[in-house]
Design a protein around this ligand. Structure first.
Ligand code: PLP
Length: 387
């Protein structure tokens, strides 16, 4: 019996293992030199001025929303076709997640739908670069400036993606961008994430929020009386968290980031093989690409034309050893959201239509040509049977 080809898998080599061992033998397991080194590399790679590495992509989203000033009663608009974290971070701030429908081709949030959902309470937009294909950030940024909203890019899928010549993470069209380094994502630190920004004020807030709301920077002390206190002195100025990442994880991150371009090259190769070989199947639609976008190909999602066929196709692929997935159940259809906000089916028809037809095929850098061919052949044979 052949092993299941999983939908995603990390790539760890000898260099990664050695980098981690080196930190384990050093003086600092956390709060040491690997963290700023990893952050500097993220800045250099993306072109952003500042990076704050944290314990997960979800933590990155949470402190981004807090730094944006999102509070009880505010609204934040995000995509329904995403992992629940993109909306949960809004709830953590006591604010209300509002869902704007997607573009049927890119599966990304539709700028026109964002405009329809803006109210007097809207404060933040959280576009998600689905599967790695960048959202139309120029349009989204235009809306945000007109309505005085902040933009947080959820780029958990999109490290290495390019939008109109700029790497995602440059924050050219946003206030902050978050990455996730969970093992299914393009590079990994085990668990981990980061926030990128070009704004000094947000950067300083993010640093405090990562570490209990504490600052050790004299120039920022609020209690004037303590300004002349000894070198032990620090202040807690807001309620932050322990969202710190460890040096062990950042050493892995540094080592992985060095391989990112290699990972991207292989992801693009596999994606173009799928696109070439599966384009002959009439019953499916392959992922779209807009001219302003170069995707990092976090996932490869096909849609079946007939929703009634999806379940059977999905199960046949699974039985044949293809680790398929569905990305994603529209967030507002989860019982928690339906119960809390009275969201009902029909809220975002495009998202629901997409969800009813979507299947994600395996895609990761260490996939062998043999595995790629197996996926292609099994998908072809499953559809041949439907005729
Ligand atoms: C993975 C993911 C997250 C959360 O990242 P974690 O590191 O798992 O907390 C957020 N948004 C999207 C779109 C994701 O895919």
């Amino acid at each position: 019996m052949n092993k299941m080809i999983s939908y995603g898998h990390q790539y760890i080599d000898r260099d990664d293992i050695d980098a981690v061992i080196k930190v384990l033998k050093s003086d600092y397991l956390t709060q040491g030199p690997s963290i700023p080194e990893f952050e500097d590399m993220l800045c250099r790679y993306t072109g952003a001025r500042y990076a704050v590495a944290v314990s997960s992509g979800t933590a990155a989203l949470h402190i981004s929303c807090l730094a944006a000033g999102l509070r009880s009663g505010d609204e934040a608009i995000t995509s329904p076709v995403t992992f629940t974290a993109s909306a949960n971070c809004v709830l953590y701030c006591g604010a209300i997640p509002i869902f704007a429908d997607i573009q049927s081709d890119t599966v990304n949030i539709d700028p026109e739908e964002i405009e329809k959902k803006i109210s007097r309470s809207t404060k933040v937009l959280i576009p998600v670069h689905f599967a790695g294909h960048p959202c139309d950030m120029k349009e989204i940024n235009k809306i945000a400036r007109k309505k005085k909203l902040l933009v947080i890019e959820d780029a958990a899928h999109a490290i290495g993606s390019v939008y109109r010549g700029s790497r995602i993470g440059s924050c050219k069209y946003s206030d902050m961008t978050i990455f996730s380094f969970h093992p299914v994502k393009t590079i990994t630190t085990g668990e981990g994430g980061a926030v990128l920004t070009n704004r000094r004020d947000l950067y300083e807030k993010l640093l405090m929020l990562r570490n209990h709301g504490i600052t050790k920077d004299k120039s920022h002390f609020l209690s004037r009386g303590f300004h002349s206190a000894g070198s032990w002195y620090y202040e807690m100025q807001c309620l932050g968290f322990n969202y710190r990442i460890t040096d062990i994880q950042c050493a892995l991150g540094i080592s992985q980031l060095k391989k990112l371009d290699k990972f991207l090259k292989r992801r693009r190769e596999v994606a173009s093989l799928y696109t070439k070989k599966l384009s002959t199947i009439d019953e499916i639609i392959l992922p779209a690409k807009r001219d302003y976008a170069a995707s990092a190909w976090h996932i490869y999602c096909i849609t079946v034309k007939k929703a009634s066929e999806r379940k059977r196709i999905f199960e046949e692929l699974q039985i044949s050893g293809i680790g398929v997935q569905v990305h994603y159940i529209p967030v507002y259809l989860h019982p928690y959201y339906r119960g809390k906000f009275k969201y009902d089916p029909g809220l975002c028809p495009m998202a629901e239509d997409y969800y009813s037809k979507a299947i994600t095929l395996p895609l990761y850098p260490s996939m062998t040509r043999k595995q790629v061919n197996k996926v292609i052949n099994v998908v072809k044979s499953v559809f041949r049977k439907t005729r």
